[in-house]
Write a protein that binds this ligand. Structure first.
Ligand SMILES: *Cc1c(COP(=O)(O)O)cnc(C)c1O
Length: 508
């Protein structure tokens, strides 16, 4: 049977400048030249029935979703990338198990090599990028430049380390990640890798990286040296598109299990930081997947909660370091894409709002745009509520979740109270509890909690063993392998020195 060729999807900037580009070019560039983010010119509809999708495994679902967005990739190319990404690097054949606890479905997205959901996209991004480079006859070496709140960094390092034709530089907030997260990054092997702790928070790192990206002078020197920057952050559509897959796959699984009927809407709850994961769910809904509410869960950095409630985005507030560090973010990059879509795809309008954000530190959306946000529900959970939720899930259901997942789970309980909406719900479970053992164990038992601010990882490893005994879950390989691994990166710098550090590493 011949496959119908889907309508080509082109990508253009949220800020309205420049020519539209093909998917492979958008993946190579990462960020548009005017500083905007690439968005698809239309969101393609799923062309398989929900019943058909229910019969597919993860790889097949990935193909069905990705072929619709990455229209200039051939079937062979996509299948090759999918095959290389979703293999024995994952510790379960299922890839993304759905676990029920207390009538809620936890979609475990942390079974990849670095035990956070970022692996779902970052294990395929290097393959998409190399394929994209080949397709565009690009001879330049790809330099991945990434800011991380903890999980992207390691997942990107794991994906790109040792990959020929690439280099990767990761900036993380020196005092803003968990001990295990830091150890994972600074033990990363590979000649082509550089890991640097900055004296600042994630937003500083992200702003610094964006600045380096849009520095024309540096760009020119890079070109002359045969180098080209790209991004592994969720601003890259090569990361966003693979994230749509697990929502589609989860729906199919619930259908196959007979837990929902075909077409029945499900609510999706996402612990949110940079707005990438929940934006993927939004695109899944736009593709026709029956999703009811998109429940956006924040921690005490509740800038998105306030935005959804008031229509004002205001980053001028205190930055709180919480027990869910991967969500400690005040400038959620991917929100720019949503703002663009709800504002009638108005490039100059989006540009004005984003300029207000970087200038004044805030912007307001119109009433019309607010009306377009009715698919979303915003909530937040304090650190106390988060800890209580970890404890409750363990006591009542014997199920241990990490702090980020617990934020989402706590917000979902508020949603239930608020709305009484008892529809099936899927909570995106974004990290293994073993990645945040100190906070998780602290939530579970008084005894294990807080013995100061020791940056020493040993305590976390001992806690991991204890967590394993309590939960009956084996300590993941990702934690085992860093117990004894030597530290190979110890570079630190101020935000103002980021460009200098990049230049040194690249020799330009
Ligand atoms: C990155 C991350 C998040 C936030 O995801 P976004 O796509 O940035 O909103 C939540 N939880 C964990 C564990 C993460 O690593």
């Amino acid at each position: 049977m011949e496959e119908k060729k889907p309508l080509e999807v082109l990508y253009h900037s949220t800020r309205g400048m420049g020519e539209p580009v093909k998917a492979s070019q958008a993946i190579l560039k990462g960020l548009a030249e005017d500083g905007g983010l690439f968005v698809p010119d239309h969101v393609p509809a799923l062309d398989r029935s929900l019943g058909e999708l229910a019969e597919m495994d993860y790889g097949q679902t990935a193909y069905e979703v990705m072929k619709l967005f990455l229209t200039d990739f051939t079937r062979e190319e996509l299948e090759d990338c999918i095959g290389k990404a979703y293999d024995a690097k994952f510790d379960t054949k299922e890839l993304t198990p759905l676990v029920e606890a207390g009538g809620v479905w936890y979609l475990e997205l942390f079974h990849g090599p670095t035990i956070a959901f970022k692996d779902m996209a970052l294990s395929i991004l290097p393959h998409l990028m190399l394929t994209a480079a080949r397709k565009n006859q690009s001879q330049e070496e790809i330099v991945i430049l990434t800011a991380t709140s903890g999980d992207t960094g390691k997942a990107a390092l794991a994906g790109f380390a040792g990959v020929e034709g690439t280099k990767i530089i990761v900036f993380y907030p020196k005092s803003g990640v968990s001990p295990i997260q830091e150890r994972q990054m600074v033990t990363q092997k590979g000649e082509n890798t550089l890991v640097v702790g900055i004296h600042g928070n994630f937003d500083d790192a992200q702003t610094g990286v964006k600045k380096i990206f849009s520095d024309r002078k540096l760009g020119g020197e890079m070109e002359a040296a045969g180098l080209r920057f790209s991004s592994a952050n969720s601003i890259n559509i090569g990361r966003l598109v693979p994230q749509i897959v697990y929502y589609v796959h989860a729906y199919g699984k619930l259908l196959r299990k007979g837990r929902i009927t075909e077409g029945e809407p499900i609510n999706v709850v996402v612990p949110t930081g940079n707005f990438g994961n929940i934006l993927a769910a939004y695109y899944a809904k736009k593709m026709g997947l029956p999703i009811g509410k998109l429940i956006c869960a924040s921690n005490e950095n509740r800038v998105l909660y306030d935005f959804l409630r008031t229509g004002t985005y205001d980053r001028r507030r205190e930055f709180v370091l919480t027990s869910s560090p991967s969500m400690d973010i005040l400038v959620s990059s991917n929100l720019e894409r949503l703002v663009y879509h709800i504002g009638g795809e108005d490039g100059p309008g989006t540009r004005a709002l984003m300029e207000a954000l970087s200038g004044r530190g805030c912007y307001d959306i119109t009433e019309g745009m607010r009306a377009e946000l009715s698919d979303f529900y915003g909530g937040y959970a304090s650190q106390e509520e988060t800890a209580a939720e970890i404890d409750r899930l363990y006591r009542e259901w014997g199920y241990v979740v990490d702090t980020h997942t617990a934020v989402a789970s706590a917000v979902y309980r508020k949603y239930l109270q608020d709305t009484g909406d008892r529809g099936a719900a899927v909570v995106a479970s974004t990290a293994s509890p073993f990645k945040f053992t100190r906070s998780v164990m602290g939530a579970l038992s008084e005894k294990a909690a807080g013995t100061g601010e020791s940056s020493d990882c040993e305590r976390d490893f001992a806690l991991a063993d204890e967590l394993s005994r309590l939960s009956g879950v084996k300590v993941p390989q990702a934690v085992e392998e860093i117990r004894t691994a030597p530290v190979v990166h110890c570079r630190e710098c101020d935000v103002a020195q980021m460009e200098k550090v990049v230049r040194e590493f690249l020799g330009i």
